[in-house]
Design a binder for this molecule. Sequence first.
Ligand code: PMP
Length: 357
Amino acid sequence: MARLHNFNAGPSILPLPVLEEAQRNLVDHQGLGLSVLEMSHRSAAFEAIVERAKASLRRLLSLPDDYEILFLQGGASLQFAMVPLNLDAGGAYVNTGVWSKKAIAEAKRTGRAPQVIWSGEANGFRAVPRPDERLDTGGAPWLHYTSNNTIYGTQWHHVPQVDVPLVCDMSSDFLSAPIDPRPYGLIYAGAQKNAGPSGVTVVVGRRDLLGAFRGPATTPTMLRYDTHLEAGSLYNTPPTFGIWICALVFDWIEAQGGLAGIARKNEEKARLLYEVIDRRSDLFRGHADPACRSTMNVTFTLPTPELEQRFLAAAEAKGCIGLAGHRLVGGLRASIYNAMPLESVEVLADLMDRWQP
Ligand code: PMP
């Protein structure tokens, strides 16, 4: 079987050993005589899966004891609303692109006015705040930012230095490199890039923040973190199959040398593509300021949309799919998440090196 070079932004490529392990156990999960797809979420077998997923994620992140892991649904998009609904009123927000803007828009809907303290909009979202740039949170109790901007291909390579807890949308670079969890009050990520399949949203947060609901009494039960915290992510039927795949992905990351091992591979892959973009600047123009280039989503344009279409066709002929940029910004985007093999990136880099319009 020939697998495609899958550069989709999410849902995206999963590690082949994970797919194979899932396939081996799909019909009969570890000799239990049923599939995870058919298992009760209240069974001992499924509880073991959730516990295993949490334990390996905890190890990967070196998570302190006062942090908890939740497996939720509704995507990162639902977190845009749950964060301001659950936490203290009015967070500070950094606007680094489409997803930050959506988070800000949802915060406004909760009636708890967010303060937008930095915006990259005037600059075409080519950059995120510099490490030496002071962010004034204006008395807000927490700061929200998007660590990797999937659409624009920019990424924070430092942690914002503020004296309030950070709330971070890590959807597109979660588990791509080591982090220190301590500055974070809450991290959330749709699983469908680095952590597993779509349908699972991972929330990692300090127990005191997750457990101390500060929202209006009218907030629906399902939208409260304390509901899910108290029920160990089993308040209602969770995305059972997806959580199992996440557990397999976490194990696979551990086998790659953990987050440090995976980060080295991610840097190598990104370097290959940025080098060719810089070398062939006659043909390719990177979108992001070089200091803010993402290791996950490499965004670039060609001189005309027509040339972009021709390049996409040439790439597809080599088995490279998913390279069209997001519908809102156009251009091209190579998403090279954890599971993307170096060999696939080499195929694309080689084509970019040699291609003649
Ligand atoms: N935040 C970021 C950074 C994203 O890349 C995405 C999806 N591409 C989202 C939020 C929205 O995620 P979901 O589709 O899981 O709601």
